[in-house]
Every structure is written in C-alpha cells, then in structure tokens.
Design a protein around this ligand. Structure first.
Ligand SMILES: [Zn+2]
Ligand SMILES: [Zn+2]
Length: 348
C-alpha cells in the first residue's frame, strides 16, 4: 500500500563519529520492505541511552541516526504488514529485524534477541529523522487523548518506568511505600506510574529542582540523597520500603539503595553508568535482598503504559524543541541539566 505525498528526501540527525557534533543532514527517505512500516515522525525525545551511544558505550554503529522515542503517523506499510494502515498514529521501540527463531523471539521478549538491529543506534533513520522505518512487532498505536509530545517520552523512559513498578509489585503491595532514587527523565515517570498504580512514593535526589519535579509528579515524601548517611542505620531503617527503584546511574545511588530496601525486598536497577558499581553482598545475603535489573518492556507492556498514561492523565515533564537544537540537548543532558525530558519536533 503506498502513498503519493511522501517526499524523496528528509532531514536526519546523524552521528558520523562518536563524540563529534551531531549533524543534521539531508538523506533519502527509506522505503519499507514487505514487513516494515514507514512512519512520518512528528516528535521524538532524547534519552540518556542516546548519550551513552554517542559516547561509544553501547554498541552503536556510526554513521547512524540517533533517537529511539519516536511518535508519528504511518505513511506507508509493506505488503505483508497487518494491523496498521496509513494515517494510524503510532510509536515504536528500537528492536527491528529480529530473528523470529530464538527463545526471546518465541517468548515475546524479542527486544533481547541477539540478532536484532536497533532503531536509533544502527540505521540511517531513527527517532531524529523525519521518516523512519519501524518493525510492526515493536510498534503500537497511541491512544486518543495522549498528545504526541507526551507520548514520545513513554516509548523508552515510560515503558521502562512502568516495567520497573511492575517488577516492584512482586515485593510490595499497592498502598505501601515504594522508594525511588533519582527523579530525572525516567525517575519522575516511575513516580507517576507508581502513583497511578496505587503506591505511596518516597523520592530521593541530590538536586532540589528534581525533588520539585518529584513533588509535581505525586511523590508523598521527598528527601535529599546527600543528607542521608548509609552508615546511619537508624536513619536508613526509618526510610525503608520493600522495593527501591534506582533511576540514577551513580554509584552513590546504588550504595544507598540497599540500606533503603527492607529485608526480603527488591532493589530494581534502571540507571546505568559505564563504571562498575560495587554491591554490598554481605548486606544482600544477611537481609535476603534481591537486586534485579529492568529495561523497556514487551510490546504489550508498552501498550499498557500508554493506556495508563491516557486514562490516568499522566503528564511527562517535557520541554519542546526543534530538531536543529539537538546538539545542545546532548550537552545539557550529559551535564545533568535537564529536568524531565527534551522532546524534539521534526517538522516546523
Ligand atoms: Zn532510551
Ligand atoms: Zn531472536
């Protein structure tokens, strides 16, 4: 099925070399193969994984177009695609061209397929190009009532936040306190999903600005992380929850997360840094603590997280910018100067 109003050329942000300025280039609009969808991207947000990729830490392959939180409108579908048609409003996750034959693909966890390619890390198109190819297996429709600008951050940060709260739910029943360490782009969404799912939330961050965002996101209590001493058992014990979600990559965040987790509880890792993070195994063993990691979610979880956002009225904190301002955003996010999420419009 085709469309006549799709241009030949588009603007695409491009990383030509790691750690070099991101260029806005004119590139050909890609054509979908039989099993792909061509999406006209309306907006896409910047994730810390885009920075990690640009630094060369997560296996991106220059030249590539960054961006993996895209929302847009289907422009064209390949001949074998079912379930989508031109005009559908969609968002999609990175995993593409998966092998369809490994355990991950068979179990619906195809984002862990080792044969996949990733939109935003490996291709000349991505979230920050005006058109992008999407794999239908990683694509969902955006519910009515959820604006493109609010949906974009949910495509990675939101589904990761939602997945973390689901994992926390194994250890902590609704109505009880859940701790969130790090209240930035992902952390403030963890708080919003936790509140929508019936938890009380205690939020921790070293930045007053991010604690204000935590309060706006519904946190019941906010605490300055740098005023908590992990040596002070009385203090940490009084702040314990059965689950602590860490949405910061700093070692200090992980150092405080275990003491803040009640015995038999779960510490859930989202935030990563290239440095190795020391873990107090003695504390884990003596208090029966679990440390589990999470990233993004299944296609069904993505659909659930968008539905919750639409029905519960979640409002990601976003700042809207134009594609040409992307380079500046990379710098600001790297320096930790972004509250919430930077969302880029692909068309003026
Ligand atoms: Zn991401
Ligand atoms: Zn596979």
């Amino acid at each position: 099925m085709g469309s006549t109003d799709i241009p030949q050329a588009m603007k695409a942000a491009t990383v030509l070399e790691f750690q070099q300025p991101v260029q806005i280039l004119t590139r050909p609009v890609p054509s979908p193969s039989a099993d792909q969808i061509l999406v006209k991207v309306t907006c896409s947000s910047l994730c810390s994984s885009d920075i990690a990729a640009w630094l060369g830490h997560v296996g991106a392959r220059p030249p590539y177009c960054p961006g993996h939180e895209p929302v847009g409108v289907v422009g064209m579908v390949g001949s074998a695609v079912r379930g989508f048609k031109p005009g559908d409003r969609v968002g999609f996750m990175p995993a593409s061209s998966t092998c369809m034959d490994c355990t991950e693909c068979l179990s619906g966890q195809h984002r862990f397929c080792e044969g996949k390619t990733c939109v935003g890390f490996h291709a000349p198109w991505g979230g920050f190009s005006q058109y992008c190819l999407a794999d239908p297996l990683s694509t969902v429709k955006i519910p009515d009532g959820l604006k493109d600008e609010w949906a974009a951050p949910l495509l990675c940060a939101g589904v990761t936040a939602y997945g973390a709260v689901k994992k926390a739910a194994v250890a902590v029943p609704g109505g009880m306190f859940l701790n969130v360490v790090g209240c930035g782009g992902v952390g403030h969404l963890v708080i919003q999903y936790a509140k929508a799912m019936g938890y009380r939330v205690r939020a921790f961050d070293i930045s007053d600005e991010k604690l204000v965002l935590a309060q706006h996101s519904g946190a019941d209590e906010v605490h300055r992380s740098d005023q908590i001493s992990v040596q002070d058992k009385q203090q940490t014990k009084s702040l314990r929850a059965r689950a602590t979600i860490v949405a910061s990559g700093s070692s200090a965040a992980y150092e405080m997360a275990l003491p803040l987790t009640a015995s038999h509880g779960h510490t859930i890792a989202i935030g990563v840094s290239p440095q190795r993070v020391p873990v107090n195994l003695l504390e884990m063993v003596t208090r029966d603590l679990s440390l589990v990691a999470t990233n993004q979610g299944s296609r069904q979880e993505l659909a659930e997280c968008l539905e919750i956002a639409a029905t519960a009225g979640l409002k990601p904190e976003v700042e809207i910018r134009q594609l040409e301002e992307l380079e500046e955003g990379f710098r600001e996010l790297m320096e930790g100067n972004v509250s919430g999420r930077l969302v880029y419009r692909l068309w003026k």
